[in-house]
Design a protein around this ligand. Structure first.
Ligand code: SF4
Length: 337
């Protein structure tokens, strides 16, 4: 199965969605406009500008309308700060600004698990959470329950890479294939990335680029995760130190379930085709569904209604797929059986 999410537009227009940054931007624009209008009126009062009576009345109307908008924004701001997601959508209150990939869409994140052989949507769910980080296990489990496949293999993109999600899949006997995010703050600074350190399970230590041994020092709990800490005593006198750390020692932290993540990486290295299969599988259903739904996507409002609307689309998609695979008679027979 390939798991993927795509952003679908809600009935809510972008201008009717308010996040902290949008509010700030709009208030700054209004401030500047009011200032400009007041300067023009001032100049007219002092006889410096050739502004007619009508134009002055017009400017005053504009200022009044902007002042009214500020008052509206202030009342929306109170609502916004009271919501857990820190944003308000006026037309569809459940719709959210989907900023995860810079799409700028106000809508929903539709998750699907699609079988790689026939491109049938085995499981789907509509959420209003923009990120895919917490969706892997949930979708994989739904796909397994719906398909009845006990030894399920799932492939997803790097947006799904979260240690706890991969561990949950591992513990449920679901085999995962997904790449890790490439963002490494050390690499961006021109320093050795974490991947330059090789773990040696036998001795429970790391080997660094200078071939020194980073031995186990202690373990602690950070954000609910047990982490083991390793470093080498050779760091202070190392000739490569400037490429490695700005501190006294380069410390490597290892999650207690890191071996599960290492297994994902080596599995993906052994099956390089997997990401191509993922792309080919998920593009088909999302492309088809969006083409059917048109430019506006959802017609209903609210997570419950939008979920029902999506379910109907998915049902229609799957029926058409099965008709293509088995023919209409084959589908009727399968439904009767
Ligand atoms: S600074 Fe320490 S960890 Fe880094 S290469 Fe040198 S010895 Fe190894």
């Amino acid at each position: 199965m390939a798991i993927d999410g795509s952003k679908f537009k809600a009935v809510n227009n972008r201008d009717r969605n308010f996040t902290s940054s949008k509010m700030k931007r709009r208030l700054e624009e209004i401030d500047k406009s009011i200032e400009r209008y007041l300067r023009q009126i001032d100049a007219m009062d002092q006889g410096f500008a050739a502004v007619t009576e009508d134009q002055a009345t017009d400017l005053k109307k504009k200022i009044a309308s902007l002042t009214e908008e500020v008052q509206q924004l202030q009342s929306i701001e109170i609502q916004r700060t009271e919501t857990p997601e820190q944003q308000v959508s006026l037309t569809d209150s459940d719709a959210r600004s989907m900023t995860a990939r810079g799409t700028g869409i106000v809508g929903y994140n539709v998750q699907t698990a699609v079988d790689t052989q026939h491109h049938l949507i085995v499981a789907h769910e509509v959420t209003n959470v923009g990120s895919d980080r917490r969706q892997l296990y949930r979708m994989a489990k739904q796909a397994r329950d719906a398909s009845g496949v006990s030894d399920l293999h799932v492939v997803a993109d790097r947006g799904y890479f979260t240690g706890s999600e991969i561990l949950a899949c591992h513990e449920a006997n679901i085999t995962t294939y997904l790449p890790k995010s490439k963002t490494s703050p050390n690499q961006a600074k021109g320093m050795f990335p974490r991947e330059a350190f090789r773990y040696v399970p036998k001795s429970n230590e790391y080997r660094c680029p200078a071939r020194e041994r980073l031995i186990w020092r202690f373990k602690n709990v950070e954000k609910g995760q047990t982490l083991h800490c390793y470093w080498s005593s050779a760091c202070p006198n190392c000739s490569m130190k400037s490429q490695c750390t700005t501190g006294t020692y380069r410390r490597i932290k290892r999650w207690e379930h890191e071996d599960v993540l290492e297994a994902v990486k080596s599995r993906l290295d052994r099956t390089p085709n997997m990401m191509r299969i993922r792309r080919q599988t998920v593009e088909h259903p999302f492309g088809t569904l969006k083409a059917w739904m048109g430019a506006t996507h959802f017609l209903t409002k609210g997570l419950k209604n939008v979920s029902t609307e999506m379910s109907l689309h998915v049902l229609a998609y799957n029926m058409k797929r099965v008709m293509n695979i088995l023919g209409p008679q084959g589908l009727i027979q399968a439904m009767r059986a």
